[in-house]
Design a protein around this ligand. Sequence first.
Ligand SMILES: [Zn+2]
Length: 99
Amino acid sequence: MSFVKDIHERISILEFVTKHTGHCFRQLRGREYWLGQCPFCQNKKVFWVNTLTGFCGCWRAKCQADAPGGGRPMDVINFYARLYHVDNSQAIADLGRLL
Ligand SMILES: [Zn+2]
């Protein structure tokens, strides 16, 4: 599973989410949270990225309920899997190629 560790260490979640959603994220003043438009429900300022923990997610309960895994915070692998409708192992394989 060191492959997964490499993905977490080498891919910046904020850069990745920004690039793959095409949305602009703004930092909450003095905090490690960045907010922007959710790529899943399309609501603005509800999708958060935490640059300290490497997780992201949507604050909307409906959007969370629609997510595989019941809306738990997503790491870059879960995010990629949901965005591109692939399973986690496919996501790991795809992201591994980016390293
Ligand atoms: Zn959402």
